[in-house]
Design a protein. Structure first.
Length: 286
């Protein structure tokens, strides 16, 4: 048991226990859902909430929204584009497990990576098509998930910079999804609006993190990763109903670090007040 007991983790465990009591027995060989992507998606080590870097990928959080009848395999790695992932043979390696579903999410490194990683939107579409073809040839259903935008503020310091720079690749994934009949979860457009709604400073505080004393406008905090995972799960009943059948009661959302500290303080105060009241009651009756 780790020391990393988040408030949302406790709620998720309670939900899990209740659902397990009502759920049918787990199949001997449950289907696999594989995730291909970059560092916005990958698994990061879980740190205690007091650790200075709270970083996580949405692929780590997404399985919390599904029951035990589905096995998750997160093959996302940091600093990967569609070009590098294909060149390194990682699609073939991921498909060796014979997944039933393959979620594919690349874009930021395709758009802004260095030579050998960067792709133009046309090449990006060709690479996505190749991944979808490989997935289907292996008996899996591909699902595209657009990349998240960087939290770059406009001149007013509040709203998101538009254009953000990633739009051509976002549009390319949506167009390729339509051409290949692959469902597309548009995280990019949703987050652009979500960051605007919050304002970039607050969005950075809640969804982002600081590294080496500087704001990281790209990667997610655990809270941010969970919110993206929650959005993806919410889109599946319409886009991929055969995968959505594995969804179960939605867990409570993750809490940002500042909210976790406040919750712990509030619980501590409540326990102290209850204990003091109990002592007064027993003392008066002695």
């Amino acid at each position: 048991m780790t020391a990393h007991w988040r408030a949302d983790t406790l709620v998720a465990i309670a939900t899990t226990c209740l659902c397990l009591l009502a759920a049918p027995a787990r199949a001997d060989n449950p289907p696999i859902a594989a995730i291909l992507g970059d560092s916005w998606v990958r698994d990061f080590a879980e740190y205690p909430f007091y650790y200075p870097i709270d970083i996580q990928g949405w692929g780590h959080e997404l399985p919390r929204y599904f029951g035990p009848g589905l096995t998750w395999q997160n093959d996302a790695l940091g600093h990967e584009s569609t070009a590098s992932y294909l060149a390194e043979g990682r699609v073939t390696s991921a498909l060796a497990a014979q997944p039933r579903y393959v979620l594919i999410s690349f874009g930021l490194i395709d758009a802004f990576g260095e030579a050998g990683y960067q792709t133009d939107p046309t090449t990006y579409r060709q690479n996505l098509h190749q991944m979808a073809v490989q997935a289907r040839a292996a008996g899996a259903k591909p699902i595209f998930v657009t990349s998240a935008p960087a939290r770059w503020a406009a001149d007013d310091g509040v709203h998101m910079r538009r254009p953000n720079g990633l739009e051509p690749w976002n549009d390319a994934m949506i167009a390729q999804g339509q051409q290949d009949a692959v469902p597309v979860v548009d995280v990019f457009s949703w987050l652009m609006d979500e960051y605007d709604r919050l304002g970039v400073p607050l969005a950075q505080k809640q969804y982002g993190l600081d590294q080496n004393g500087l704001p990281d406008p790209d990667h997610f905090s655990t809270y941010g990763a969970d919110q993206v995972a929650r959005h993806i799960a919410s889109q599946l009943p319409q886009l991929a109903p055969d995968l959505a059948v594995f969804l179960w009661a939605t867990p409570a959302p993750a809490l940002p670090v500042w909210a976790k500290i406040g919750l712990v303080a509030a619980l501590g105060s409540a326990l102290y007040a209850a204990e003091s009241l109990q002592r007064m009651r027993y003392g008066s009756g002695a």
